[in-house]
Design a protein around this ligand. Structure first.
Ligand SMILES: [Fe+2]
Length: 223
């Protein structure tokens, strides 16, 4: 089963991916992200990606054994007739699972580890500069997509963006933090004010989880 700290999101004993447990109430991200948005985003949008992924993988027992992260890491292993379904819906499942896990109830952001702070200093010139750079990149995504803090295969922290449900994993990077800029993530409260939503995300950033993921990612690269 998936744990919230794992880099691997695996199917259950029935061979189906399921919604990861939300570690906070739907209204816990208020006032920055409203309860209705969280509920619809989680229970409807995220669930639909999972349902479609499970349907695509039916009969592919060898693939169901892999975590969704492994499926996305090497899309060349996926048969041509379902590769786009796996990329889009597997990406939708993995990306949203990460999004929920790196958010925290308002006021419960936790602490940045010394190692992550050192990384943010080294690669972005400090926390505030990192936030500015990630926000700027994410706000400028054209259409539906995502802004990411990732670790590349050299162990460097990078900011990247992706369109649709594309995952950094498919480019060989390990995502640590993500901002969803599909309109379904913010439209009820913010309408066209994407920039305001993105800047407010940092009020709900789970620094403890991101720090842990950084440590896990560096260990994985060493291992
Ligand atoms: Fe989303």
């Amino acid at each position: 089963m998936q744990t919230t700290t794992s880099l691997q999101n695996v199917a259950n004993e029935k061979g189906e991916f399921i919604l990861p447990k939300l570690e906070y109430a739907f209204d816990a991200l208020e006032p920055y992200i409203d309860a209705q948005t969280v509920e619809i985003h989680y229970a409807k949008h995220h669930q639909t990606y999972i349902t479609n992924l499970n349907n695509a993988l039916k009969g592919h027992d060898n693939l169901i054994k892999l975590s969704v992260e492994e499926l996305l890491t090497d899309l060349s292993k996926i048969p041509a007739d379902i590769v786009n379904l796996v990329k889009n819906h597997g990406g939708g499942h993995a990306n949203h699972s990460l999004y929920w896990s790196v958010m925290a109830a308002s006021g419960k952001n936790g602490n940045i580890s010394k190692d992550l702070q050192a990384g943010l200093d080294k690669f972005f010139g400090g926390l505030d500069s990192f936030k500015d750079q990630l926000a700027k990149s994410t706000i400028s995504v054209f259409g539906s997509g995502w802004g990411w803090l990732s670790v590349n295969n050299k162990g460097e922290l990078i900011i990247e963006t992706s369109l649709n449900q594309d995952s950094p994993l498919s480019k060989g990077n390990i995502p640590l933090f993500v901002i969803d800029v599909w309109e379904h993530a913010y439209y009820l409260k913010y309408q066209n004010r994407r920039a305001e939503y993105v800047q407010n995300i940092f009020s709900n950033t789970n620094w403890e989880m991101i720090s842990l993921r950084y440590e896990q990612a560096l260990n994985k690269l060493k291992g």
